[in-house]
Design a protein around this ligand. Structure first.
Ligand code: FAD
Length: 232
């Protein structure tokens, strides 16, 4: 059972900030007395203007529960109210309002054999799952297949490769693999012994990935989906 979400908003201070790719920002934040979380859960980040106007968005955790800091990876969306601020304006030392951890459905229980089929920034919850699996010595339970246009567009590519992830790039060939999305021939062997599939990414990616998993033989009831779509 997932820990209950925080009832109240709390403050999080940015301790580390970098830009792993030109379109993304990685924020590592400190929260006093924060509760633990499960891999796959997310937080709400709320921005507040001097006139009291607020805007809040959901951001998945990349960090393992044992990490002393919360880690988020945010992709800058063109004219995105919250993501542009986080990517272009936020600085180390800033304090942001946070609420979480949230989510009971898109979490991995760390006991079930699973495949994460994720695209672009949708890798974030798979990174949390991989870090938790490594800490528990159960990397064998978690397979990851991650896709992006090019390697430079895939956050955490090197870390996922160290976990043994299968990578696909739609706009460039890599390691003898031609450019293109994952095929059923590539994904079917990854499903051997797997009981649940986790899909995360844009709405377009999620539709493709769900269809692919079903075509590869996974029961639609065994697929959990998180879409990082536009807010409205
Ligand atoms: C459970 C959950 C977890 C999430 N985790 C992450 C995460 O780890 N990292 C992350 O970067 N995002 C994540 N998101 C998406 C995030 O919550 C915001 O929707 C995203 O940052 C855009 O917010 P914004 O305020 O910048 O854009 P908005 O002001 O909401 O939108 C501005 C413009 O950008 C367009 N737009 C917004 N989002 C997208 C998109 N994804 N693709 C194409 N166009 C878009 C809108 O249509 C609009 O034109 C998650 C969403 C959910 C529901």
């Amino acid at each position: 059972m997932a820990p209950a979400p925080l009832a109240a908003w709390t403050d999080g201070r940015i301790i580390e900030l970098d830009h792993p790719t030109p379109r993304t920002v990685r924020l590592r934040m400190h929260v006093d007395d924060r509760p633990g979380h499960l891999p796959g859960q997310h937080y709400l980040i709320r921005l507040r203007a001097p006139d009291g106007y607020t805007a809040q968005r959901s951001y998945s955790l990349a960090s393992d529960s044992d990490d002393p800091l919360l880690e988020f990876l945010v992709e800058r969306q063109p004219e995105g109210e919250v993501s542009e601020f986080l990517a272009d304006v936020a600085e180390v030392g800033d304090v942001l309002e946070l609420r979480g951890p949230i989510g009971r459905w898109f979490v991995w229980d760390t006991r079930t054999p699973v495949l994460c089929l994720v695209g672009g920034t949708g890798v974030v919850p798979a990174v949390a799952m991989a870090r938790t699996a490594r800490r528990l010595g159960r990397a064998d339970l978690l397979r990851v297949a991650a896709m992006a246009r090019r390697r430079d567009d895939l956050p955490y590519a090197a870390e996922l490769e160290r976990h043994g992830a299968t990578l696909a790039f739609t706009r460039e060939g890599a390691d003898g693999r031609p450019a293109g999305p994952f095929t059923a021939e590539e994904v079917t062997p990854l499903l051997e012994g797997v009981e649940l599939g986790y899909v995360c990414g844009s709405a377009r990616f999620a539709a493709y990935a769900e269809e692919l998993l079903v075509a590869c033989g996974l029961d639609p009831a065994a697929i959990r989906v998180e879409r990082f779509g536009p807010t409205s």
